[in-house]
Design a protein. Structure first.
Length: 213
């Protein structure tokens, strides 16, 4: 029942935020640098899974415009509708990655930018492991989170009540390594979302490669 509540709450929050989320966060230079890391390493026409695809911008749009085949999945009906209209060159599905089967080695890359924070720690570990299996050996995985040692705390995000769970930077990196990923680069930064009363928040980007095992 708790898991159902989490899923419902996440959908409600991001349905309410809509384009305001994009306006607040799409200008992140480290996010765009992470996308460049992917683009520099992907072969032409690669298949990419975007988990928590939001409005489709900047992630799916950047990858699709570079000629890659992008599947975005999101739990928010409003976000999926916005993404489909804004990025017609990608495919978007209303789905929960925790419940969605993903065939092993079916993608060349996968990314999850800040889409794990309303999951429990066990769920986050399971999703990262699922993404590691979803990419082929040697495939790429880009992850981003807010690196704070928090578990199921109440917070307010862009005016919406949320419950947040995260890991310290060291613990999140260890989680990725434990999922069978080699972390080849990481960046920690402070980012201030656009908009009034926004405060700087820590961001962690991990750039990973699936091992051959």
């Amino acid at each position: 029942m708790v898991d159902e509540d989490r899923r419902a709450q996440a959908a409600v929050v991001f349905d309410a935020l809509g384009l305001s989320y994009e306006q607040a966060f799409a200008g992140s230079a480290p996010h765009r640098a992470s996308l460049r890391w992917l683009l520099e390493r992907l072969a032409p026409g690669s298949r990419v899974l975007d988990v928590g695809s939001g409005t489709g911008r900047p992630t799916a749009q950047t990858l699709a415009e570079a000629g890659h085949s992008v599947l975005g999945i999101d739990i928010s009906p409003v976000m999926v509708d916005l993404a489909a209209r804004q990025v017609p060159g990608a495919e978007f599905r209303l789905a929960d990655i925790r419940r969605t089967p993903v065939p092993e080695a079916s993608f060349d890359a996968a990314c999850a930018y800040f889409s794990l924070l309303q999951m429990s720690r066990a769920e986050q570990a399971a999703v990262v492991a699922k993404l590691a299996r979803a990419v082929r050996p040697g495939g790429l995985v880009a992850l981003a989170t807010v690196p704070l040692d928090l578990e199921d705390i109440e917070a307010v995000f862009m005016g919406q009540p949320v419950r947040v769970t995260s890991f310290s930077a060291e613990a999140f990196t260890a989680l990725a390594s434990g999922a069978g990923l080699t972390v080849v680069a990481e960046e920690q930064t402070l980012f201030t979302p656009a908009g009034q009363e926004a405060r700087p928040e820590p961001h962690l980007f991990l750039h990973c490669v699936r091992g051959a095992g």
